[in-house]
Design a protein around this ligand. Structure first.
Ligand SMILES: Cc1cc2nc3c(=O)[nH]c(=O)nc-3n(C[C@H](O)[C@H](O)[C@H](O)COP(=O)(O)O)c2cc1C
Length: 196
């Protein structure tokens, strides 16, 4: 556990620098790779909403393509690349849904427009025309009166990726980059350097 703490502390230091860097557009943006029952890898960007020793949290539509992949196979990976910092962190782990109360709390913090969007979008399903989506937005905007809380859709929630492997990469001259990895093994957390 000490090594996991160390890895998270290192992640936190880089994440903090990325947050401060004027030339990092959004330090929370991260590639999320999943692999459903077919075995085909899938990847897309999500926003990291928090992390601690339990894992790394993001929010989405559970009926989306990624939601379906995660239901079939909860193993997933996150890849952060903060180009201006020349840093990459790759985290592999096992994903579980966040508690309903946690999802409620985050949902409540979202702007009303995003909440209406969360109801209106059947994320990843085919869309006939843009007008169909706009119509659904109008319907949900009318259904939930302005000024009153918008309830969280049952299909909209979060996932927490509990890490089993955290790899740090830092650019160095001559492509002799620094790589090191914290990995959960049968004996507990282990640490080692890797060739670039
Ligand atoms: C910068 C950025 C941030 C995004 N953040 C999220 C997010 O937090 N949650 C989400 O569901 N989709 C997010 N998306 C959209 C996803 O990349 C993706 O298009 C969507 O979730 C559908 O993915 P899927 O069909 O693989 O499930 C984001 C896209 C970008 C470019």
């Amino acid at each position: 556990m000490q090594l996991l703490k160390e890895a998270l502390s290192r992640f936190g230091a880089i994440y903090g620098r990325a947050a401060e860097a004027a030339d990092v557009v959004d330090h929370t943006a991260v590639s999320l790779a999943t692999c459903g029952a077919t075995g085909w890898p899938q990847v897309r960007t999500v926003l990291l909403k928090g992390y601690d020793e339990l894992g790394f949290t993001f929010y989405t539509n559970r009926h989306s393509r990624k939601g379906r992949a995660l239901a079939e196979n909860p193993r997933a990976a996150l890849c952060f690349h903060w180009a201006p910092l020349a840093e990459q962190v790759v985290i592999e782990g096992v994903v579980t849904p966040v508690a309903e109360s946690e999802a409620d709390a985050y949902w409540a913090s979202r702007p009303r427009e995003s909440q209406i969007g969360g109801w209106a979008s059947q994320q990843s399903a085919a869309l006939e025309t843009r007008e169909v989506l706009e119509q659904r937005v109008a319907e949900y905007a009318a259904r939930f009166p302005e000024g009153e809380p918008v309830p969280r859709p049952p299909h909209w929630s979060g996932y927490r990726l509990a890490p089993v492997r955290i790899e740090f990469w830092r650019a160095r001259p001559g492509r002799l980059h620094e790589r090191d990895v914290y990995e959960h093994t049968a004996e507990g957390w282990a640490y080692r350097l890797l060739n670039p």
